[in-house]
Ligand binder design. Structure first.
Ligand code: ADP
Ligand code: NI
Length: 218
């Protein structure tokens, strides 16, 4: 086994253990999909594969929304873990930067850090929020938060601050307009953009059908 493979194997075991019992949209299988997708995208880019893989595997190691909004706990946990397995300080710092900057949170903050490795992991994470898997994750999260599925009286809000986005109690369908349908225009890589088109079209189809059924037209 190469040193790279050994680091990845140890990280996979750590992440699986840490995410035991996680909400179905942010569990090991989300990480697994993002990891595989990130590897696929990285194969078409010039990027440091170890940084991409570690960024994908550790990006949701302690999501702030499941930790009383604490945005430092994820980066701190990842840094401590990577140090414990003797990953170099430069690689660790880059992975921590990815974890800090990957999240959407309403989409209105400034971009303060960018690297192709962040771009790849972010595209992979965004793709997992789209398409059939994205729809499944979204309703699972909505159920986890006891949100309504849809309420025609509550319109989506496209101008939420980061705080408002985090504290939203709106019906789950609104999340499509507040985030999911915006993602296709925010992809970083050419591969990510291409994959996003199809997943976007599937969500549009789903929503059309949903409203038709809601109104009793189908
Ligand atoms: P980000 O940190 O980029 O905002 P999240 O981790 O909040 O990403 O979102 C990941 C996925 O969790 C979303 O794509 C969606 O499936 C689900 N999710 C997050 N917030 C909501 C919400 N308010 N309503 C419904 N689903 C949500
Ligand atoms: Ni994620």
């Amino acid at each position: 086994m190469t040193a790279h493979e050994q680091i990845i194997d140890t990280t996979v075991a750590y992440v699986k253990k840490e995410l035991e019992g996680a909400e179905g949209g942010h569990d090991w299988w989300h990480i697994y999909r993002v990891w595989q997708q990130a590897r696929q995208i990285a194969a078409r880019e010039t990027a440091n594969l170890l940084v991409v893989e570690l960024g994908a595997l550790l990006h949701d190691i302690a999501d702030a929304k499941f930790h009383q909004g604490d945005e430092n706990i994820g980066p701190a946990k990842a840094a401590a873990f990577l140090e414990s397995i003797q990953v170099s300080p430069a690689i660790t710092a880059h992975v921590v930067d990815i974890i800090r900057h990957i999240s959407f949170k309403g989409g209105h903050q400034e971009k303060t850090f960018y690297s192709i490795e962040l771009g790849i992991v972010q595209d992979a994470d965004r793709l997992d929020a789209m398409g059939a898997v994205g729809i499944a994750r979204t309703f699972n999260y909505g159920g986890f938060k006891h949100r309504a599925i849809y309420d025609p009286a509550i319109a989506p809000d496209l101008h939420m601050t980061k705080e408002a986005y985090k504290n939203s109690t709106a019906p789950t369908i609104n999340h499509f307009y507040e985030k999911l349908l915006l993602l296709k225009d925010r992809m970083n890589t050419a591969t990510g953009k291409a994959l996003a088109q199809e997943r976007h079209a599937f969500m549009e189809l789903f929503l059309d059908r949903f409203y038709q059924e809601w109104k009793g037209e189908l």
